[in-house]
Design a protein around this ligand. Structure first.
Ligand code: GLA
Length: 389
């Protein structure tokens, strides 16, 4: 839908004109998976897909939420913002963000009508929920004149995810949605929140996102388990490294020396992934800056293997897509992206090989899983912003 169609949809739903509009993108992470909540580096970029939010104040003293991607319309009194609604309801994402502003001393003095529409496929590991959170945070920052910077707005989205969706996520998705920059990836240190834009100068190489359409999704339980297993590893490592806060503080060499302190075998596997993935992310960005795309691709493949063997978040659908991609000439690297289980892979593919890649990987995946995957040549876009109406 374009902005004119969205304005019309707003008028159809609320019988009046929208006053403001905002957009926040989804993201694809190139490398650095399950490192963010361990204080490590990530390397995501914003997609040109995202979520739009049109808004106008109302005189009803109520918040009204409508998404063109969902059936239900939700209406709430202004004093009904402090707790999530029924688990799994999409409204919890924006609601959780608005609740953070209220909590920070920016009460709502009137009601608002909100219309959402997004074109990030839901449940695909491309941060459709972060896009909803970040677009809401940007909108209410403007409406309430809260003057939060982008980092704070990303944190508001993350907090909403923790408290209103029950997922103890890191900061990567919301940060990428807030700070995205066209044709750049964001090299973010999740420990310090310092970041650098790195141009994706990859002449003749495309970034292809492939959607497994897997029936298995990453649920909050499996994700929160991984977070807890990493925290357990940190606690056990403190017997030999008393000041340790995050797994990312350990180099691969240091970890080799102290890993015997982790006596929970699952926590040891998870920590093994995190420590190596942190190093791989630093190495991959170094390789990209040096123009060594081959090495970048190899590190992507190693990342997938470690997410499969040590972190156990890939599953048969993502493995099938990655394994089939690895067989195609012209593919420099391929790995799962995002939280895992279902969702998408991201592959670096030589431009002339893209049609063959889509044909070969698509048919082999279908033969293995009886599911048709979707392919999308990623366009790297800008981060969240207001849109002229
Ligand atoms: C999800 C979370 C992120 C991050 C990734 C894995 O997308 O929301 O914070 O942990 O999984 O890298």
């Amino acid at each position: 839908m374009n902005i004119e169609e969205l304005k019309q949809a707003f008028a159809d739903v609320y019988h009046r004109q929208a006053e403001k509009a905002f957009f926040a993108p989804g993201r694809v992470n190139l490398i650095g998976e399950h490192t963010d909540y361990n204080g490590g580096h990530v390397f995501p970029c914003a997609l040109s897909f995202g979520t739009y939010l049109l808004v106008a104040p109302n005189d009803k003293g109520r918040l009204r939420f409508k998404s063109l991607n969902a059936d239900e319309t939700v209406e709430l009194p202004l004093d009904g913002l402090s707790a999530p609604l029924e688990k799994g309801l999409w409204v919890n994402y924006p609601l959780g963000c608005i609740a953070q502003f209220v909590r920070q001393g920016f009460p709502l003095r009137q009601g608002y009508d909100l219309l959402f529409w997004g074109n990030v496929p839901a449940g695909a590991g491309l941060s459709s929920s972060a896009a909803i959170e970040v677009v809401t945070a940007f909108a209410f920052n403007d409406i309430l004149a809260a003057r939060c910077d982008k980092t704070r707005l990303a944190q508001i989205g993350q907090q909403s995810e923790h408290e209103f969706a029950g997922v103890n996520c890191g900061i990567m998705d919301q940060f990428a949605s807030a700070y995205g920059k066209k044709d750049h990836a964001i090299y973010l240190d999740c420990g310090s929140l310092q970041f650098e834009y790195v141009p994706l100068r990859m002449d003749g190489i495309k970034l292809v996102v492939a959607n497994t359409h897997s029936p298995h999704k990453l649920d909050s339980g499996a994700y929160n388990d991984r977070v807890a297993q990493c925290q357990l590893a940190v606690r056990q490592l403190r017997s030999v490294c008393p000041a340790l806060q995050n797994l990312a503080e350990l180099s691969a060499r240091q970890f080799e020396q102290v890993k015997g302190a982790v006596n929970d075998p699952i926590a040891l596997k998870r920590a093994t992934h995190v420590v190596a993935e942190c190093q791989r992310t630093v190495d991959a960005v170094g390789a990209l800056k040096a123009g060594d795309i081959e090495l970048f691709g190899q590190l992507m493949n190693q990342s997938h293997a470690s997410l499969r063997d040590n972190y156990e978040v890939t599953g048969p659908y993502l493995d099938a897509l990655a394994e089939e991609a690895w067989k195609v000439p012209g593919v420099l690297g391929s790995r799962m992206t995002g939280g895992g289980f279902g969702g998408c892979t991201v592959s670096l593919v030589r431009e002339e090989s893209v049609p063959v890649f889509i044909e070969k990987v698509g048919s082999a995946y279908k033969a293995r899983t009886a599911i048709d995957p979707d392919f999308y040549v990623a366009e790297i876009g800008d981060g969240a912003r207001a849109i002229e109406l």
